[in-house]
Design a protein around this ligand. Structure first.
Ligand code: FPP
Length: 243
């Protein structure tokens, strides 16, 4: 089933729906490498499985009503990985963009790539521009963080503001200059793979996000897990520093 497509029916009457209190969910998709290693396969195999999970989970998040989904697909630090692994992730991205382009009528949401895309090949950038132009009227958005780092995003925001002549800035100015300005802050950040950190992801936007950690490796995450995550979110009390 294509990602964020029209009319798929994976959700059931038991599926919890989200409302205005849980608009935006973000995922740190960790554990692809270990998932592959457990099967005696190369890490690239794990990323391929991870990309299938990415499509399933994002599709489902759209069905249950999230207005924004943000995924951490490639960090500014991921360039340090072996060339073959980086190439494999770029290849996955290329295929995914091609799939979106070819089947554009089946998709419902908007797509936005957040991160510094200046280092991508012109061919990839061209596809990204095309895909970002799709479904402009949609009220749902999928943000794909690629060559993304939270510190670099905040630095970029400051530079944008100073280039526009600002000498002092407000919190609203900064929020409005971030890549995620249209989606707002995530209500919950989910990290798979067992590590308890946010790894330079959505640093500014995470200020009041609920955090959810699971030992499950990303390729193993299921739509039933998303149901559990939603129930967990609604069992929490968000006080934003108040009582
Ligand atoms: C982290 O797992 C995962 C990544 C760095 C890549 C994430 C990519 C995908 C899920 C595929 C979807 C991609 C696109 C382009 C939409 P890891 O490799 O660090 O796993 P490990 O901690 O087990 O080594």
């Amino acid at each position: 089933m294509p990602l964020f497509s029209k009319g798929s029916k994976k959700s059931t009457p038991e599926t919890p729906k989200v409302d205005e209190h849980f608009r935006h969910i973000a995922f740190i998709m960790d554990g692809n490498g270990r998932w592959a290693k457990k099967r005696g396969k190369p890490r690239e195999y794990g990323h391929k499985a991870g990309s299938d999970t990415f499509k399933t989970i994002c599709q489902y998040c759209c069905e249950v009503g999230f207005k924004a989904v943000t995924v951490y697909a490639f960090s500014t630090e991921n360039w340090k990985r072996p060339r073959a692994e980086v190439d494999a992730i770029m290849d996955i991205l290329d295929h995914y963009l091609e799939e979106l382009k070819q089947n554009y009528k089946q998709y419902h949401s908007r797509f936005k790539f957040i991160g510094d895309l200046s280092v991508m090949t012109p061919a990839l950038r061209e596809k990204i521009v095309y895909v970002e132009g799709m479904n402009q009227e949609s009220d749902q958005i999928l943000n794909i963080a690629f060559n993304y780092g939270g510190r670099s995003e905040i630095t970029h925001a400051f530079n944008t503001l100073t280039a526009a002549g600002k000498t002092t800035v407000s919190e609203e100015d900064i929020a409005g200059a971030l890549y995620t300005k249209e989606s707002g802050d995530p209500d919950m950040i989910v990290r798979t793979g067992g590590d308890l950190r946010i790894s330079n992801f959505l640093l500014w936007q995470a200020a009041y996000a609920e955090l959810y950690f699971t030992d499950k490796l990303w390729p193993d995450l299921t739509t039933a897990d998303v149901d559990d995550i939603i129930r967990d979110f609604y069992s929490r009390k968000r006080r934003y520093g108040g009582l």
